[in-house]
Design a protein around this ligand. Structure first.
Ligand code: HEM
Length: 395
């Protein structure tokens, strides 16, 4: 029986996305499907296979520019984000941000993670049960990125609201109202960041925002608008995704008693974090616009078609990962695509991995008897970002 065009908004997909990925992948690495981006594009192709996703992510004939131009929340400040640009615009911004967001800056930030997670855990003190997502997974990444950038931690409630509205606006499952909310959040967030930048200009600090303000190369530097867009993106990209690494990771561990026992006894290792990232990635898909006709695995893709890499499916491709449905905390090598690939590979991947490891280990050290109070938690709607809405737990 031939498969229907792939529909990531279907009930079946919402219910068990990995079963649907498996079924399509068994039939072939690329399938046509329903339109993933609002716009006037050609056909939409979904890429299920690992090697084909890597090929798409590395092919310069497929880009990002223009892809979201028709989305209701699209406006220049969003469209000029590093994440949505192609070379040479992307190359320039990535070079400038790399001058500030250096491996050394991240390394220096790592010892702070222990202090910051302790503060989050102290806030839970005295409670018998709490919400793993809202009370634990959420406050940590937003605190870390605010601390790193030098954005006042006291405003993290506001930042969270804006960030949530903005990520919802990226996910094509959402309705028009969601896009309008995203637009409003973008305006408010930008105004807020503008003021934080003004303050940093007047009083330079030892933080990433000051480093971004000072980053210069061959006479080039970020304009004020570019800087605001970059800071906004760093907060949003570094926040929702990591909340979901912690939430999805812990949920996966709750479902696998043997892995859970190992982590409780020995702690979560670097390999373990990568396996949690692979097993149930917080970013499940990323799109590209085809700028020249190409052929991938006998599938002809025309100029103007949209190609969506299903990272969550690629991470479960049995041609690359043996027993992909097993959670194997010692899996090695583990070249998952949860941080994407090619020129847009996640800038914050080292920081995110460290945050995931520190958060889960600190939580289990403080609460060795941690357990979920629900057997069927609710997942947030949307297909690009995957994360739990909430999960009641008891220590
Ligand atoms: C578990 C956590 C994270 C996941 C799963 C994740 C995932 C991703 C993915 C898949 C991409 C590439 C998207 C594409 O190719 O279209 C990306 C890009 C990016 N990420 Fe992350 N991310 C995480 C955490 C972070 C953190 C902590 C930061 C910053 C502090 C960050 C900053 C960025 C930026 C700036 C880009 C754009 C890079 C570019 O376009 O050149 N991310 N991320």
């Amino acid at each position: 029986m031939s498969l229907l065009p792939f529909n990531p908004f279907s009930e079946e997909f919402t219910h068990d996305r990995y079963a649907v990925y498996r079924r399509y992948l068994a039939d072939g690495p690329i399938h046509p499907g329903v339109v993933g981006q609002p716009g006037r594009w050609g056909d939409t192709w979904y890429v299920f296979g690992y090697n084909q996703c890597v090929q798409v992510l590395k092919d310069s004939r497929l880009g990002r520019e223009g892809l979201y131009a028709h989305q209701p929340s699209a406006e220049p400040s969003v469209l000029n984000s590093i994440l949505l640009l192609d070379p040479p615009n992307h190359t320039r911004l990535r070079r400038l941000v790399n001058l500030a967001f250096t491996p050394r800056a991240v390394e220096q930030a790592l010892p702070r993670l222990d202090t910051l997670i302790k503060e989050v855990l102290d806030d839970l003190e005295g409670r018998d049960s709490w919400d793993l997502i809202q009370d634990f997974a959420f406050p940590f990444p937003v605190t870390v990125i605010s601390d790193l950038l030098g954005v006042p931690i006291a405003d993290r409630g506001l930042i969270r609201q804006w960030s949530r509205a903005l990520t919802a606006g990226i996910d094509a499952t959402q309705d028009r109202d969601t896009f309008v909310q995203a637009q409003k959040a973008n305006h408010a967030f930008r105004q807020y960041v503008r003021e934080v930048i003004r303050d940093h200009r007047a009083h330079p600090q030892e933080d990433l925002l000051t480093a971004l303000l000072q980053a210069r190369e061959e006479g080039d530097r970020l304009t004020e608008d570019e800087l605001i867009t970059m800071v906004t993106l760093l907060v949003v990209a570094g926040h929702e995704t990591t909340v979901n690494l912690i939430g999805n990771g812990l949920w996966a561990l709750f479902q696998h008693p043997k892995a859970w026992a190992t982590v409780r006894a020995q702690g979560l290792s670097d390999r373990g974090v990568d396996e949690l990232l692979r097993y149930d990635s917080s970013v499940q898909a990323t799109s590209r616009l085809c700028n020249e006709p190409i052929t991938i695995n006998d599938t002809d893709i025309a100029e103007g078609d949209v190609v969506i890499c299903l990272l969550g499916s690629a991470n479960h491709d049995p041609q690359v990962f043996s027993h992909p449905e097993q959670l194997d905390l010692e899996r090695y090598p583990n070249r998952h695509l949860s941080f994407g690939g090619g020129i847009h590979t996640c800038l914050g991947n080292t920081l995110a991995r460290a945050e995931g490891r520190v958060a889960i280990n600190a939580l289990l050290t403080r609460y060795p008897g941690l357990r979920p109070l629900e057997s069927q938690p609710r997942w947030r709607p949307g297909f690009v970002f995957r994360g739990l809405e909430s999960l009641a737990v008891s220590g």
